[in-house]
Design a protein around this ligand. Structure first.
Ligand SMILES: [Zn+2]
Ligand SMILES: [Zn+2]
Length: 313
């Protein structure tokens, strides 16, 4: 591109644009109200929205990426404590972009996962900043707000169970949730690898803080439970060996079983035993397996009975 069409270059070779630098048009004198709508769009897009996105994306890249690097690329502990003996990179499949679960999950995390997270964050902070919802301050409500932080993970569990159960209904499963379930053998990059509708519904958990009286910092904490916490169920290892003696327990088994069997363990980590209450709990034991098979059998029988009734009509 010819930069001299847009500016001039002096004898030293330094370039200056032809247009003068300007302050934001809200300060213009005489006022130029016609410029303000365009400026408002510029104000949000692309730079400020991108900065927020970049913070979230960088944080996810470092957190998920470092677990992937050590335990899936370098394989520092081989498959010790790994539920599925294989690694996703050993199983190329047509269901994934570029036939690679890793590339597919990485791209979907950044394109859909982090983008919807950032969008929910923008809307939530915007509502607080404009006074559309109550903003409780810590000095006036320390006990209530501390309690709200404490039950943040429970709000997450209830919200996740509800939307997750919903997207397991046949039509929504086919259109939306099957993308996440392509990863039968999940790794950290699978955590936020979702259809955009699912990713939006998932991160929308933070919007509960616009409904219940709350504070934006707790709303952000709620989003972080969703965004960063998603990795807990997708680590693929029961324990991460940090040193020879120290291990970090992952709590990943419950959700690993969900990826393996699909129709069990719709909740996160059992903080609220919703799966037990709704009869979809699988704890990995023989009894859990038998319960699941029993449920599948009843379902099959009901379906067959319905088909037989239809054929007899
Ligand atoms: Zn999952
Ligand atoms: Zn699912």
């Amino acid at each position: 591109m010819d930069d001299l069409k847009f500016g001039t270059r002096d004898k030293r070779g330094d370039w200056s644009p032809s247009a003068k630098a300007q302050v934001a048009p809200i300060w213009a004198w005489p006022p130029r109200p016609g410029k303000i709508p365009g400026w408002l769009v510029d104000y949000v897009w692309p730079w400020n929205a991108f900065h927020l996105y970049a913070v979230n994306a960088a944080a996810i890249f470092v957190m998920y990426g470092s677990i992937e690097l050590f335990f899936y690329v370098k394989r520092v502990q081989g498959n010790r404590f790994k539920y599925n003996a294989k690694f996703p990179s050993e199983q190329p499949s047509d269901v994934f972009w570029f036939k690679s679960q890793n590339i597919d999950n990485f791209l979907k995390t950044l394109i859909f996962g982090v983008t919807t997270w950032t969008a929910v964050e923008v809307v939530m902070l915007w509502c607080f900043a404009n006074g559309y919802v109550p903003w409780l301050v810590w000095s006036d409500h320390p006990v209530y707000l501390a309690a709200l932080v404490f039950i943040g993970p429970a709000i997450h569990e209830a919200h996740f169970f509800a939307i997750h159960r919903l997207i397991h209904t046949p039509l929504l499963y086919k259109w939306i949730h099957s993308i996440h379930h392509n990863s039968i053998n999940p790794s950290p990059w699978s955590s936020l690898s979702m259809h955009p509708v699912e990713a939006l519904a998932y991160h929308a958990v933070a919007l509960w803080h616009l409904v219940i009286p709350s504070n934006p910092i707790i709303g952000l904490f709620q989003l972080h439970i969703a965004g960063f916490g998603a990795v807990n169920g997708h680590i693929g290892f029961e324990k991460l060996e940090l040193t020879d003696e120290t291990v970090l327990t992952s709590h990943a088994f419950i959700h690993y079983l969900h990826h393996k069997y699909f129709e069990v363990n719709y909740g996160g980590d059992g903080l609220i035993p919703l799966d037990k209450w709704f009869g979809t709990w699988h704890d990995g034991s023989k009894e859990g397996e038998a319960r699941m098979q029993g449920r599948f059998k009843t379902k099959r029988e009901r379906l067959n009975a319905r088909l037989a009734a239809k054929n007899n009509q």
